[in-house]
Design a protein around this ligand. Structure first.
Ligand code: NDP
Length: 298
């Protein structure tokens, strides 16, 4: 029996994309150019190709310019770094995103470090992480920013709530914890060495699961009424006769939904937020690069 409110990330993301699109139009009218996002894909990883295609379409739909650079899998690190430098210097480009993972001959950290932090719309640069950490204006990774938007939409004020973030990666767990602290929640970061994880999670008013283990968080780990944000995207092995397995999150949805107050589904929860926030970050970058105040409330 499902009791929890299903947090509709898909609908929230669609509204955000529409709002960003309206602001992008106003930006173009003011400045004579559209906000521009450059996306670089190296190689032919099928999942990356789908992501890059989706980002391109989303940009166009949001009245933005999309600059796609598809490079062969054997591209050298030097050539990729040269392209990033060129995009950094291009005034039509407000955001630069290099799709990960990169082929083995290329050092990902070096590439991320070469992106101009003021165009780092993915928020992966160490300067972006530092700015988030000390509360300076910068860019926050899209997925955790999308999660905090959903939580603020749900609760308004998160002050004093107990939050547990499971996962401590640089792109999800750590920035998520920082955003929750900034929103005045009391935050615990759990990871693979955490003892009694179920008990730790049971104390939380807010649970954010970003682990990458199918349905690890069980219903009896959830405090009644808690809000559950499931970042995980895991594909189960295919059932007999099917080509592909089902996509599930890090939370056992049906069990958790019977206890939680609100929960994001997988798919249709956090996933759609990521591209919507990328567009939001690009719009903000465009305003800053044009020395304009970014629109409020985004
Ligand atoms: P990482 O693999 O980088 O990090 C996983 C984290 O989970 C680590 O901190 C790890 O701990 C922790 N962990 C692993 N096993 C356990 C365990 N048994 N108990 C507790 N903690 C554990 O993953 P990401 O942060 O990049 O991504 C997490 C999930 O989110 C993945 O499923 C990914 O596909 C999904 N994702 C979804 C996005 C979206 O758009 N919706 C975007 C980005 C990611 P330790 O540090 O100790 O190893």
């Amino acid at each position: 029996m499902t009791q929890a409110t299903r947090i509709d990330g898909k609908a929230f993301a669609a509204r955000l994309r529409e709002t960003v699109g309206e602001h992008a139009l106003a930006f173009a009218q003011k400045t004579g150019r559209k906000p521009g996002l450059a996306v670089v894909l190296v190689g032919e990883d099928p999942a990356s190709q789908v992501y890059v295609g989706s980002k391109h379409k989303a940009c166009i739909a949001a009245n933005m310019e999309s600059f796609e650079h598809r490079l062969p899998a054997d591209t050298s690190e030097a050539d990729l770094l040269a392209l990033v430098e060129q995009l950094n210097a291009d005034p039509a480009v407000d955001g630069v995103l290099v799709q990960l993972p990169l082929p083995p001959q290329i050092d990902e950290q070096k590439v991320i470090a070469t992106i101009d932090p003021d165009k780092d719309v993915d928020g992966f640069h160490v300067i972006s992480a530092g700015r988030l950490s000390v509360g300076q204006e910068g860019f926050v990774p899209c997925t955790p920013l999308g999660c905090i938007m959903l939580l603020k939409d749900l609760h308004g004020d998160l002050s004093g709530m107990d939050a547990v973030v499971i996962g401590r990666s640089n792109i999800v767990g750590k920035p998520m914890a920082q955003l929750l602290v900034d929103a005045n929640a009391t935050v615990t970061i759990a990871h693979s060495r955490t003892k009694n994880l179920a008990e730790v999670v049971r104390r939380a008013d807010i649970v954010v699961a970003a682990v990458g283990r199918a349905e690890m968080v069980r219903g009896d780990w959830i405090k009644p009424g808690a809000s559950v944000i499931d970042v995980g995207i895991n594909r189960l092995p295919p059932e007999p006769g099917k080509e592909k397995g089902r996509l599930v999150g890090d939370v056992a949805y049906d069990e958790a939904a019977a206890v939680a107050g609100a929960i994001t589904p997988v798919p249709g929860g956090v996933g759609p937020m990521t591209i919507a926030v990328l567009l939001r970050n690009t719009l903000v970058a465009a305003h800053r690069n044009a020395s304009l105040d970014p629109p409020e409330g985004l």
